[in-house]
Design a protein around this ligand. Structure first.
Ligand code: SF4
Length: 133
């Protein structure tokens, strides 16, 4: 399958959580938009990010190339305001989908987290790749 892959700059990387994630998490972090795993049960298919897209779910991925830099800048701002930072990564993509092996964006974000740790991080993936951190 051909997958349309684009590099993009995102304005923010941390999103305040609402709904089902509001159970101790304060922010979600999605390194990518889109997901090459294209699970049939994926709820993101029904979200606006896909509904208003003219490419089927699973056939496009946007790489948020400035994610690690955004993370550091946003954490500085949140810490200044004494905010908790409990992160769920990721709610609308998979941080370890196949292209991350080459792009290593999730690794760069984790390295930024070593520099400026969140209070809590939970990573959700369906990948079976093994990693060395
Ligand atoms: S891995 Fe997660 S985000 Fe990706 S298609 Fe499957 S359910 Fe959706």
């Amino acid at each position: 399958m051909n997958i349309e892959i684009k590099d993009i700059l995102s304005k923010n990387i941390l999103s305040e959580v609402k709904g089902y994630l509001d159970v101790g998490f304060t922010h979600s972090l999605n390194p990518y938009s889109g997901c090459a795993f294209f699970c049939t049960y994926c709820y993101v298919r029904e979200m606006p990010i896909q509904r208003f897209k003219d490419i089927p779910w699973g056939e496009w991925v946007d790489i948020k190339t400035n994610a690690a830099e955004n993370y550091l800048a946003e954490v500085v701002r949140l810490r200044r305001r004494n905010k908790s930072i409990n992160i769920f990564m990721s709610s609308a993509t998979d941080p370890y989908q196949p292209l991350d092996r080459k792009v290593a964006l999730t690794r760069r974000i984790l390295e930024a987290m070593i520099e400026m740790p969140p209070d809590l991080l939970q990573i959700q993936t369906r990948s079976r790749q093994s990693f060395t951190v």
